[in-house]
Design a protein around this ligand. Structure first.
Ligand code: 16G
Ligand code: MG
Length: 558
């Protein structure tokens, strides 16, 4: 470290830390107004070098603030297998971001000592990706300054979706076994799996995509090129399939995430601005960095129908489970991970199908970790983040079933194994991925010959309501691990129990947000009126018991 002290200090002068801000490496890395982030970017370049020295392989950094407004930005570190930064490094990131410029080298030295990092360990390369925000490209170069202060090298992956950056990191660290570590390799892998599942006929009806004016919008046509022109294999150019996707909010006019994108559609429960939504067509919506997706359509009478992460989860889990049962792998476990936000009807539906469901706290890192406890885990958040995770030994068993010469009586088994092998290749196992999950949904609907309306009808969502309450200090609220109950203040949970108890089939919980300064309230009940009454009742109680500020939430009945 001493060897690089001068260079690191020189860089710190080019990227000086702003006074009076405390940064926190939260569920999705750092997020802030972009004009407050330059020093954090430089410092994360430095930290990524230490992380890479520690793991002895490549790590990545993604510059994005996902569904936040365009003036925000953020950065997160990506671990060697393309997963989120391991939790015990989050405090290191927070310390390195918050120390003064003068303390920077010493803080890095402390991290290196605590993690017993061998200073001589060589770093191959640090991979950097960024989204379409105006500040993003500049930040990628601030990160590069951090990496170069250690005399290490970067690979600038350019403007990519968050899941593509995760894919690149995993591709590099598996020497291409997971997939060629290039953007082209990503399209080829998905394109080939899509062709194997859907054949040359492909899918006959188009899907309409709300690109949130973000990075996903510009990647859809690239992906389609590989599918429709058969460019999904270097050796063969004959693997042509068919998929049409028309992108609105493609960034040519509108503003990133402005009245469009998955977050807007979910919260407002209405179509994005900038898209003509017509009965009889199938729509989906991405968020700004394309790691979330949801589907929607309108009924004849114009009623808006959203198919959120829970519905996608069920489509995937049920399809997978049916084929999985044909494989007869008795010792292998299959399960679904949801969060407390999962609609009660979705959990009931899965239970009735004999599929095991477990809960995890909100956030991709939590659901992913929980899913890893199964041999095959499907992990989804209602807001559209989700994927499928398969253990290596189970992957090998599936391939063995699919490749083995089986007796004619085992044909179904071989067919199911082949479908699952291709489906797993179609999923981005690192992290939820809007592009890949769009192909997954399109494929399952196609293979099952389901329309979006038929898919929507698999269960009716219980009416629900989400609210935010402003309190003086949201950290006074402590919940159980799965976030379904409040532990402190105990009086708050007692009050929630009373409110829930008087409404049949109702459920409600509260938790401090990990990304905003507020407490979130969720409620569901048999009717919208009851869900609203309950949500406002609970919100009012949070306000009274947990130090509410500003206006008290109140239900205004028109
Ligand atoms: C972040 C998380 C998302 C979670 C959301 C909850 C990642 C990549 N993203 O966006 O999974 O649902 O935070 O936000 O982990 P909240 O804590 O403000 O409710
Ligand atoms: Mg996102």
């Amino acid at each position: 470290m001493e060897k690089h002290r001068k260079k690191i200090e020189f860089g710190a002068r080019q990227h000086p830390k702003l006074e009076g801000i405390t940064y926190n490496y939260g569920t999705a890395g750092f997020r802030e107004k972009a004009d407050k982030l330059d020093a954090v970017m430089y410092r994360m370049g430095l930290l990524a070098v230490l992380r890479s020295k520690k793991t002895k392989v490549e790590v990545g950094l993604m510059v994005t603030a996902s569904h936040n407004p365009v003036e925000d930005n953020g950065v997160k570190l990506v671990d060697p297998m393309g997963l989120m930064l391991t939790e015990n490094w989050e405090p290191h990131a927070t310390h390195v971001a918050n120390c003064s410029d003068l303390e920077l080298v010493d803080t890095l030295q402390r991290v290196a000592a605590e993690e017993q990092i061998d200073a001589k360990q060589k770093v191959n390369v640090i991979i950097i990706g960024y989204d379409t925000r105006p500040s993003s490209k500049r930040f990628a170069s601030s990160i590069q300054d951090g990496v170069e202060a250690f005399d290490e090298q970067v690979f600038q992956a350019g403007c990519v979706t968050t899941p593509q950056l995760h894919y690149l990191v995993r591709g590099l660290n598996t020497q291409g076994v997971y997939g060629d570590a290039t953007e082209e390799g990503y399209y080829m892998k998905l394109g080939l799996a899509f062709w194997k599942l859907n054949g040359s006929q492909g899918i006959q009806t188009p899907v309409y995509v709300d690109g949130a004016n973000g990075v996903g919008a510009e990647k859809v046509p690239k992906l389609l090129k590989y599918i429709n022109e058969g460019k999904c294999s270097r050796a063969h150019f004959d693997k042509k399939s068919h998929l049409q996707a028309f992108v609105s909010n493609d960034g040519s006019q509108g503003i990133l995430n402005d009245r469009c994108g998955a977050d807007y559609v979910k919260i407002k429960q209405k179509p994005p601005v900038g898209m003509d939504v017509i009965h009889g067509k199938r729509y989906c919506t991405f968020d700004g960095d394309a790691d979330r997706i949801m589907y929607f359509y309108v009924e004849k009478d114009g009623a808006f129908k959203l198919l959120d992460g829970d519905k996608i989860c069920i489509l995937l889990a049920e399809f997978f489970f049916e084929h999985w049962q044909h494989l007869e792998l008795p010792r292998a476990t299959f399960g679904v991970v949801q969060t407390a936000y999962a609609n009660g009807s979705s959990t009931k539906y899965l239970n009735e199908k004999g599929i095991r469901v477990v809960l995890a706290p909100t956030g991709v890192k939590h659901i992913t970790k929980k899913a890893e406890e199964f041999d095959v885990g499907v992990a989804y958040e209602a807001n559209g983040h989700g994927n499928l995770i398969v253990k290596e030994k189970t992957w090998n068993s599936i391939i063995a079933c699919s490749r083995k010469r089986l007796r004619p009586t085992d044909r179904q088994k071989a067919r199911s194994a082949e479908v699952l092998e291709n489906l797993i290749n179609l999923v981005n196992q690192c992290v939820g991925d809007a592009l890949s999950n769009m192909l997954v949904v399109e494929t399952i609907l196609n293979l099952r010959k389901l329309t979006i309306e038929e898919w929507a009808k698999c269960y009716d969502d219980l009416p629900n309501r989400q609210l935010k309450v402003k309190v003086r200090d949201r950290s006074v609220i402590k919940t159980t691990w799965d976030e379904t109950k409040v532990i402190e203040p105990a009086a708050l949970q007692r009050a929630i129990d009373v409110l829930v108890g008087v409404i049949p089939c109702a459920r409600s919980f509260v938790r401090p947000s990990g990304t905003e300064d507020c407490v979130r309230v969720y409620s569901e009940a048999e009717t919208q009126e009851l869900a609203d009454t309950l949500a406002y009742g609970v919100a009012g109680t949070v306000y009274d018991i947990a130090g509410g500020v500003g206006e008290k939430p109140q239900l205004h009945i028109p």
